[in-house]
Design a binder for this molecule. Structure first.
Ligand code: C2G
Length: 141
């Protein structure tokens, strides 16, 4: 059983999140997703999530490509998670390039290209601007 893990907030779920989760799942037989709690986002990422942790977790748990959702409560939990879940591959978007190379002795570390022109903050700005256009990002197969 090849286990893949990835981490994120997944606020205002969008196709950029879906793309990385689908691609991560294709790298193994099981995908574990560590979702940042509201407290972790506020205290450690200085992010106020629009959607509460419980709802972000419920959405991810309904995706065919996600097998298990766990909470992300602190930066340092990754090494323990890799051991606890028998992780073979750790996946993140390339905006995190290099930041998690310390995991390399324990598992494969893969940084994937981000999906262009979509992010939770872009969605918030787009709505706040009153734009009558749509945010168009590309879904990968
Ligand atoms: N992502 C992407 N394309 C986008 C937006 C996000 O590929 N257009 C990826 C990010 O690179 C990340 C994942 O989707 O791998 C989740 O993104 P966020 O919810 O923004 O999570 P982040 O704030 O990057 O938190 O310990 C790691 C952190 O929890 C990651």
């Amino acid at each position: 059983m090849r286990t893949v893990i990835t981490y994120g907030t997944f606020d205002l779920f969008h196709v950029g999140h879906l793309n990385i989760l689908k691609r991560a799942r294709q790298m193994g037989d099981r995908l574990v997703v560590a979702v940042s709690t509201d407290e972790f986002n506020l205290n450690m990422k200085n992010k106020v999530t629009a959607i509460p942790y419980a709802d972000r977790k419920a959405i991810l748990e309904q995706l065919r490509c996600v097998d298990l959702v766990i909470p992300e409560t602190h930066w340092e939990q990754k090494s323990k998670d890799v051991a606890k879940y028998g992780v073979d591959t750790f996946v993140m978007g390339h905006d995190w390039e290099g930041k998690f190379d310390f995991l390399m002795p324990h598992c494969k570390v893969v940084y994937l290209p981000r999906t262009a022109s979509i992010s939770s903050s872009e969605i918030k700005l787009h709505i706040a601007s009153g734009e009558r256009t749509q945010l168009r990002a590309v879904m990968v197969a």
